[in-house]
Ligand binder design. Structure first.
Ligand SMILES: *Cc1c(COP(=O)(O)O)cnc(C)c1O
Length: 354
């Protein structure tokens, strides 16, 4: 069997959730959208059942998958709905729903639903992506209240730059939100992972941690020691060869040996989600010792430098990311973020621990 495995440590997931919740000091929705950032949404939600206050997903398809698996905790649709029928399903399946713009609001006003919904009304406090503009927010709130379709309104907004602690924008967004929400009753929600860690003043009744649950630091400063990596992507060396100084390796001209080089061939490629842009120089660990990818990552395999690891060879275990190499480092080598790298994992067998 191909040795590529994404090992998912559910105990670490629960620990990270508890840490997020202790920072929040109140209730926290575990964000499990995009198949729990590549970790498997059903398995992660089941592992957090009885621990998490509820879950957040992007859309109703993701929520229904969790309900079908028996997850009964509250589930919030972060993007809201795409057509009016979905509101009926939300009522039937007890799903909470973001309303983030006029089309969603108008659809809800016109919908016929068997019972009123819990709605999270989103304000655009500066990100300018989704949400009601500040000067239309109170009016949207009043329309929701008067619609007869809503049992509960949670006021929410989202930050554009919470992962940059020195940038004043997060504070400004929170101030604007507070100034417009003061007169409107109900609970509030602002913080994602980065805000929970870097902006304590943004904690409200509900927080929405995502990436930190999976053990990746939402801030650019390397791994955060208190978080435990949840996914270890690992494989094995299934070929070894020596190349002489001056010889090229793999596709293109990405790598030419500058010294006699021992090359390990590893069963993992970009079709598994390992980023092709993280070619020569990206860190990997072989039998627990850090070395580097050399040459271009190809579809099904990549090559690593074993020259300074005389004990390593055929069958050696290779950690693409996990406890020894953080997924954030690999992402950085690919010019992207841990979120994208984790979401892209595919074809690898997922094995759940704990
Ligand atoms: C994805 C998402 C989150 C979680 O963000 P992280 O940075 O992963 O913690 C929170 N809120 C909203 C609205 C989101 O879309």
């Amino acid at each position: 069997m191909r040795p590529l495995v994404a090992e998912i440590n559910l105990e670490a997931l629960r620990d990270n959730y508890r840490l997020a919740k202790s920072l929040a000091g109140s209730r926290a929705l575990a964000v499990v959208k995009a198949n729990a950032y590549g970790h498997g949404a059903v398995a992660c939600a089941e592992a957090l059942s009885g621990v998490a206050d509820g879950f957040a997903v992007a859309c109703i398809e993701e929520a229904l998958e969790l309900r079908a698996a028996g997850v009964s905790a509250p589930i919030l649709l972060l993007e809201g709905v795409f057509d009016a029928d979905e509101y009926t399903l939300c009522a039937a399946q007890n799903l909470w729903c973001v309303v983030q713009g006029e089309p969603q609001l108008a659809m809800l006003e016109a919908a016929s639903i068997p019972k009123p919904l819990t709605v999270w009304l989103k304000m655009d406090s500066g990100m300018h992506r989704a949400g009601f503009a500040p000067d239309t927010y109170a009016r949207a709130y009043q329309r929701l209240s008067a619609s007869g379709k809503v049992a509960d309104i949670v006021k929410m907004s989202h930050f554009a730059r919470a992962d940059e602690p020195a940038v004043p924008m997060t504070h400004a967004q929170a101030e604007l939100f507070d100034s417009l929400c003061r007169e409107l009753p109900g609970e509030e929600s602002l913080a994602n992972s980065a805000a929970l860690i870097a902006h304590p003043a943004t904690r409200r009744a509900w927080s929405r941690p995502g990436i930190m649950l999976y053990g990746a630091n939402p801030l650019p400063a390397g791994p955060w020691p208190a978080l435990r990596p949840v996914m270890t992507l690992k494989s094995r060396v299934f070929g070894v060869r020596d190349i002489a100084a001056g010889e090229p390796l793999g596709y293109g001209d990405n790598f030419v040996a500058t010294r006699p080089t021992r090359v390990g061939l590893v069963a993992c490629g970009y079709a598994d989600g390992y980023p092709r842009l993280a070619s020569t120089g990206s860190p990997v660990a072989v039998d627990g010792v850090r070395t580097r990818v050399i040459g271009r990552v190809s579809m099904d395999m990549l090559t690593v430098d074993l020259t300074d690891l005389p004990g390593a060879g055929l069958g050696s275990e290779v950690e693409l990311w996990g406890n020894t190499v953080s997924v954030g480092e690999v992402a950085q080598h690919a010019g992207t973020i841990a979120y994208e790298v984790l979401c892209n994992v595919k074809r690898a067998r997922r094995v759940y621990l704990g």
